[in-house]
Design a binder for this molecule. Structure first.
Ligand SMILES: Nc1ncnc2c1ncn2[C@@H]1O[C@H](COP(=O)(O)OP(=O)(O)OP(=O)(O)O)[C@@H](O)[C@H]1O
Length: 277
């Protein structure tokens, strides 16, 4: 990788009692690129995500996020709320966490709650009367509508999120994260449970987020067709450590990577090896 990094993880370690889930892991994610974190089950990927997004406090190491203006933020010192708000890091989860009883549009409006509250001056009078609130509300609706269009759900705006097809819910979750206008978008297995057509739509969406909006993306994914198609850089973990990194081609041809996958799940090993053929 030669470009400028948005995220630098240095010697990250996470212990749970006697278990070392992540051991002195270092890697960087480039600005306006898609970086994938892959590895067999239990390699430590989600733990890394939880450290980056403030759900866990790391046992050791540093995580630096650098904004466009050069401002650096030490993520390991902040909680999840501050990481989302100040550092502008958004994430999705392995299991979908939409508000199922709210409409698709409402889910995207809730994501903009912070901006709307700021515009209200945090007062009830602000909510009902102040023009700045009304203009912020109009902007929030415009942004939500734009994202519904981008994820092809404009005609489902008023449907409960819980009634959408699984693949639609996955894309709505990404839209919700994007409505916070993040500097870094972290996606934990966004293709899990998707069929081939839905996976292709997901790849297209993530490429458009990178290409058209320039958002940096960090991705955990088991679906090798998605990983190999869209990633600019891949970091491979096994047993809490980095065992390889590079372009999709470099990683696919790396014997250490093939051995790590062969050691655990035959289907995944075959997927890694066949992904480029
Ligand atoms: N809260 C926790 N308490 C104790 N051990 C944990 C905790 N979270 C993760 N671990 C352990 O840390 C190791 C790494 O788990 P992690 O979920 O990060 O792996 P992963 O690569 O994301 O796996 P998968 O691909 O299956 O989601 C595993 O041995 C797991 O059991």
């Amino acid at each position: 990788m030669s470009g400028e990094s948005i995220l630098k993880v240095d010697k990250l370690t996470m212990r749970f009692g006697g278990i070392v889930a992540v051991h002195e892991l270092s890697f960087a994610a480039e600005r306006r690129k898609i970086t994938a974190l892959i590895g067999p089950n239990g390699a430590g990927k989600t733990t890394v995500f939880n450290c980056i997004t403030g759900f866990y406090k790391p046992s050791g190491g540093t995580i630096r996020l650098t904004h466009d203006d050069g401002r650096q933020i030490a993520l390991e010192r902040l909680n999840d709320f501050r990481i989302a708000k100040q550092a502008k890091v958004a994430r999705t989860f392995q299991n979908i966490r939409l508000f199922p009883g709210m409409t698709a549009l409402e889910n995207l409006m809730v994501a903009q709650h912070n901006a709307l509250m700021r515009a209200s001056g945090f007062t009830f009078l602000g909510l009902i009367g102040v023009p700045t609130y009304r203009s912020a509300e109009a902007s929030a609706i415009a942004l939500a509508t734009e994202w519904l269009r981008r994820v092809n759900l404009l005609d489902r705006a008023d449907d409960a999120a819980g009634n959408l097809a699984y693949g639609d819910q996955r894309r709505l979750e990404i839209a919700r994260a994007m409505c916070t206008e993040p500097a870094l978008l972290c996606l934990d297995e966004p293709a899990a449970g998707l069929n081939a057509r839905e996976s292709a739509a997901l790849s297209e969406l993530l490429l458009s987020i990178r290409n058209e909006l320039g958002t940096s993306i960090l991705l955990i994914e088991h679906d090798m067709s998605v990983v190999m198609e869209i990633s600019d850089h891949i970091v491979v973990m096994d047993h809490g450590m980095k065992i390889a990194q590079g372009s999709p081609r470099e990683v696919r041809d790396d014997p250490k990577v093939i051995a790590a996958y062969l050691g655990t799940d035959e289907e995944e090993a075959i997927a890694v090896m066949e992904s480029g053929s």
